[in-house]
Design a protein around this ligand. Structure first.
Ligand SMILES: [Zn+2]
Length: 155
């Protein structure tokens, strides 16, 4: 194989793909259709050297998230587990009924600044964050005005 060391293209490319595939199989051994089409090469570059990824723990998390109704984008589970970026999961937003109930409960006031706003100018938000086990249900909905919602960051 020594003579191929000066022939970078094919051999290096093959080794690279092998490394990506080996890594994915080691970290996420159970194949799922949601894995199709994800940028695994990029994930490998960004996370391939990490030593804190436990396949057994990850699999339990995948099972839990696959069964979570609030996770509307199941293909985002893998990137979420690697990066912790909740936006990848498209957590279900509160529907009109939940938001209206919270709006009335709060007497049309923003929970943060206390000022009165029109319903259309407010945004539904989790009281207990989804990441801390809070579900997208009426009892866990609170309403922020647009400014306060932007200040506090999206959920
Ligand atoms: Zn406000």
């Amino acid at each position: 194989m020594a003579e191929h060391q000066n022939d970078p293209s094919a051999v290096q490319l093959w080794n690279y793909f092998r490394s990506v595939i080996d890594w994915v199989q080691a970290i996420f051994p159970k194949k799922r259709r949601e894995m199709k089409g994800l940028p695994w090469g990029l994930f490998y570059i960004q996370h391939g050297k990490r030593t804190d990824l436990d396949p057994k723990k990850l699999e339990l998390e995948i099972q839990r998230l696959m069964g979570d109704e609030d996770v509307t984008r199941k293909s985002g589970i893998y990137e979420y587990l690697l990066t912790g970026d909740e936006r990848k999961l498209s957590i279900r937003a509160f529907d009109m009924r939940d938001r209206l109930a919270a709006y009335e409960r709060q007497l049309h006031k923003c929970v943060y600044c206390g000022q009165v706003f029109e319903f259309e100018d407010m945004h539904g938000d989790h009281i207990v964050p989804w990441s801390k086990g809070g579900e997208t249900v009426a009892e866990n909905c609170q309403m922020f005005c647009r400014d306060c919602n932007l200040k506090k960051g999206s959920d």
